[in-house]
Design a protein around this ligand. Structure first.
Ligand code: FE
Length: 372
């Protein structure tokens, strides 16, 4: 409704029936987390000591860990179980200032289970204060039953999963483009079909190696390309020219031995709009956008103000919602945080402490710290 210095705002609205005193605090937009794999069953804490020993991902997977172990657990879980697990995570995310979250499928890898995950996302969207943006990620990994038959699995995604989606279960379609996962050509076919169905598209690009994911994102008009640890200069140029948002996810290299952090400064200097997300998943169980801000400032070479913009307005743009979310402006949705700090620099500075004191979603207080 209005933004400005306290005295001016109150003089224009003398009849406000609810006053929240934010003196001495930072007031800012709620965090938009533009990349999560929120809905999964099981957990992989057993991989932490293996990572300490430097065990490569392939070896962890051979010993029964990795994505496919999560797929197994998620296939076994009922819709109600998945809902309960995801809701707890979402509660903690809200308490740490996330007011909107993108949520991907991708731990089902067969039609019934991918649909089950997306129905859980729809139910969360109805029942939880955090706004949910659902993404179909059927091409996340090859399920065991398709081992060595990537082409057949892509056909299955194209001709069975995508048609079964229906019009409202997903707003975006994403593909994991990486050696050992899906090729640029396979991703192009999936994303093109998704676009024909009216979905927006996203790409997991250049995470473990340089694989043409960023170039593909620009070619197909993706709203974002995510990870970008190994992105090429040409890929960045293509993204900049098409306005593709680059989403950096420092939680993954933080938890993956040998994987370097992406260079945020290089991406900003290439003219690519930059966003930040958690990539919350059972390999990198990160729910806090505040911790992402710290990693971004200390390891991605982003100034705190840039990182905050990347975690709010640019993250909203990475979901195609920049006109409605992500900044405090007249006419936009009132999703805002009161932060227990005298300036924004405390957000990356105070490691691992939740500084959020109050969360407002759509103009309503939805969470308050206990001591308030
Ligand atoms: Fe991801």
């Amino acid at each position: 409704v209005d933004v400005g210095p306290t005295r001016e705002v109150l003089s224009r609205h003398p009849d406000a029936d609810s006053v929240i005193d934010a003196r001495g605090k930072v007031v800012m937009p709620g965090f938009v987390d533009p990349h999560t794999h929120l809905i999964f069953a099981g957990s992989r804490e057993g991989e932490v000591p293996l990572k300490v020993e430097g065990t490569p991902y392939g070896e962890i997977a051979r010993r029964g860990g990795g994505i496919l172990s999560t797929v197994e657990a998620t296939r076994r879980a009922s819709e109600d179980e998945l809902f309960a697990l995801a809701r707890e995570r979402l509660d903690r995310m809200l308490a740490q200032g996330t007011t909107t979250a993108e949520v991907k499928s991708g731990y089902g890898l067969r039609t019934a289970d991918e649909l089950k995950i997306l129905r859980v996302a729809a139910r969360l969207s109805r029942e939880h204060a955090v706004e949910i943006v659902p993404t179909f990620l059927g091409a996340h990994a090859l399920p065991k039953e398709y081992e060595g038959r990537a082409e057949d699995y892509v056909e299955y995604v194209l001709h069975e999963m995508l048609p079964a989606l229906g019009p409202r279960l997903a707003r975006f379609c994403d593909v994991f483009v990486e050696r050992g996962f899906f090729t640029v050509d396979q991703a192009r076919r999936v994303l093109s079909r998704a676009k024909e169905m009216g979905l927006g598209v996203k790409v997991h690009a250049d995470e473990l190696s340089q694989g043409g994911g960023a170039e593909l994102a620009a070619e197909v008009g993706a709203v974002s390309a995510d990870h970008l640890i190994h992105v090429s200069d040409g890929g960045l140029r293509a993204m900049a020219s098409r306005g593709v948002v680059g989403v950096l996810l420092p939680g993954t290299p933080f938890t993956s031995p040998g994987l370097p952090f992406p260079d945020g400064r290089r991406i900003v200097e290439a003219g690519v709009p930059l966003a930040l997300g958690t990539d919350l998943n059972p390999n990198a169980w990160l729910e806090s956008m505040q911790l992402v801000l710290a990693m971004a400032s200390y390891r991605l070479r982003l100034f705190p103000a840039e990182a905050i913009a990347a975690a709010t307005i640019n993250a909203a743009a990475a979901l195609g919602l920049g006109d409605r979310l992500g900044s405090l402006e007249v006419g936009k949705q009132a999703d805002l945080l009161l932060v227990e700090a005298e300036n924004h620099l405390h957000l990356p500075y105070r490691l691992g402490t939740n500084l959020v004191q109050t969360v407002v979603k759509k103009g309503v207080v939805v969470w308050r710290a206990l001591h308030t």
